[in-house]
Ligand binder design. Structure first.
Ligand code: GLN
Length: 380
């Protein structure tokens, strides 16, 4: 393997799902729903295949989908963007992240990450030869240490990568935090790359897009996807919204990574984004109920659970059960209890920082969540 990837193992999510299958354990690890996306969306994709939408789509997106993305962004943020110049459809948000980093970051540029972070940020920055600076967010509130951020920004800082609602903690960046980050970015001429794939799973507070803050659109790449919101993670349809001078860079990268995402599923995605607001209301209601089942369950089992305002994850402290660290705890949980969670050390530059923490996903039918809780009550 190339040196730039030597330090990374295969994705923790794939590893844990394989273990879940091997041990017949209930999978609250990898964040994918165990229920299917809406019929009308699937039908639209099937129809697109029948209608012959089977050759390459336009490089930066099937036109109707670019328009639907721009419409939703306008509804959500009030910002009017040009669908042909400022919206790029990607193969999942993971490709939006890759194209943004590879298209806009030079080797040696500094990029600031908040730990814990989603695993692909670090590996993709490493592929780009970026110099990674991390700032650790600490439980229970995972608040942004603004003074530390100030002192971490240097003349070589090119971008700050944020993720709100935040995987794995469920934290949502507050308006105050976003304002502070924004003014530091403007002052120091720094870009923001923001991963907002859980924006429709914001439960206790309003989701705020960094791009909507004054002066920020021109320096922000907003990334999102269909997978979480429409329970279609396997479709791998995502997008990046950015002013044309930034979109140009990320499109250059994308055109040599995948060239263009899957055409018929982009047609399905365009139908999905035309869903009435009631769809999002129902989705949120369902997830608030699921969060409640898992939150109460984990507390009864004896975990210390941190508050989660968004995403479909709960972050918990496993130390009451007396195992050495997160990896040992998760191994015990799979083999002796029959439940899969994600060990959190993978979300940190320094694995030690995550050794007391594990992540549980509640994007599962209610019965599955309850069964996992029952197993833990019995055997932990
Ligand atoms: N985003 C999902 C998670 O955090 C899955 C990502 C993946 O499997 N690469 O679990």
């Amino acid at each position: 393997v190339a040196r730039r990837l030597e330090k990374f193992n295969s994705s923790i999510f794939t590893q844990m799902t394989m273990l879940a299958i091997k041990h017949g354990a209930i999978n609250l690890g990898q964040g994918f729903p165990n229920f299917d996306g809406p019929e009308f969306v699937k039908e639209a994709a099937i129809q697109a295949i029948r209608d012959g939408k089977n050759q390459y789509a336009r490089g930066y997106g099937f036109p109707d989908l670019n328009i639907a993305i721009a419409d939703r962004f306008r509804k959500d943020t009030g910002l009017v963007v040009n669908p042909a110049k400022e919206v790029t459809v990607t193969t999942g948000c993971t490709e939006a992240i890759a194209a943004t980093i590879l298209g806009l970051i030079n080797p040696g540029d500094e990029v600031i990450l908040f730990a814990p972070f989603f695993d692909s940020y670090e590996s993709t920055l490493s592929m780009a030869g970026a110099s990674i600076k991390t700032i650790t967010l600490h439980p229970p509130h995972f608040a942004v240490p603004i003074e530390e951020l100030k002192s971490t920004i240097s003349k070589n800082t090119r971008a700050i990568l944020i993720n709100t609602p935040h995987n794995p903690t469920g934290k949502m960046f507050t308006r105050e935090e976003l304002n502070c980050i924004a003014s530091l970015c403007i002052e120091n001429d720094v870009l923001v790359f923001t991963d907002e794939v859980y924006d429709k799973l914001a439960f206790d507070m309003e989701h705020i897009s960094m791009a909507s803050l004054p002066g920020m659109f021109e320096r922000t790449v907003t990334m999102n996807s269909l997978g979480k919101t429409f329970s279609l993670t396997g479709w791998k349809i995502g997008w990046a919204i950015a002013p044309s001078h930034l979109s140009w860079g990320l499109r250059q990268a994308q055109s040599f990574i995948t060239f263009t995402p899957n055409h018929p599923l982009q047609c399905g995605a365009a139908a999905a984004l035309k869903a009435p607001d009631s769809y999002y209301v129902e989705l949120k209601k369902d997830y608030i109920r699921k969060r409640g089942i898992l939150m109460e369950g984990l507390k009864e089992v004896g975990f210390k659970v941190f508050p989660s305002s968004g995403t479909f994850f709960l972050f918990a402290d496993h130390t009451p059960f007396g195992l050495q660290n997160d990896v040992e705890f998760c191994e015990y949980l799979i083999k002796e209890v029959g439940v899969v969670a994600i060990p959190s050390s993978v979300f940190y530059m320094n694995p030690e920082d995550g050794k007391n923490l594990v992540r549980f996903a509640f994007c599962k039918d209610d019965q599955t969540i309850s069964s996992a809780v029952e197993r833990m009550k019995e055997k932990l």
